[in-house]
Ligand binder design. Sequence first.
Ligand code: GRF
Length: 203
Amino acid sequence: CDVVVLISGSGSNLQALIDSITGDDHPARIRAVVSNRADAFGLERARKAGIDTRVLDHKAYADREAFDAALIEVIDAYKPQLVVLAGFMRILTPGFVRHYQGRLLNIHPSLLPKYKGLHTHQRALEAGDSEHGCSVHFVTEELDGGPLVVQALIPVESDDTPESLAQRVHVQEHRIYPLAMRWFAEGRLRLGQYGAELDGQAL
Ligand code: GRF
């Protein structure tokens, strides 16, 4: 299964995905990492792993449509079966999302459907939640609203801060994203008519 990963920043999730592909029997291969920022540290991680990197600066395009069209062209040159958003901080157009329908995954640092968008750790603290976590989901046109694939939960402690939560959530992200990528690459995970399915069972 050929995979293209989109990033904007540190790329710790990208690293977890890279590190999870050990041995010849893993069905996923990351063919390219694409960033909208030239200074994204994740690009270093990709280069170190011998993976092709491409930078597409969104500011060089007139609008979202033009940027996304260019992005599709770059991605599709690698003919991926799966596109993985790993901290890609641009909102994608409906046209882009439709183009990769059923083969576009995202990870979000909250227990969706709670806290779509930004500042999720802060919002979980302010709400007094006793549990927090992260979610992998198929991407649809609704921002952070696509069918769930897998979630990980952490307990919220009384002395937690947004930073301490972010740190513990990240550990879980690095566990569940490789899992979801592997399921997809093995052909076990798909987007069905009514949502995500694993081994033919609704998730
Ligand atoms: C993660 O918290 C992810 O959930 C969110 O963006 C962050 C990316 O972190 N979508 P990293 O670049 O993978 O370290």
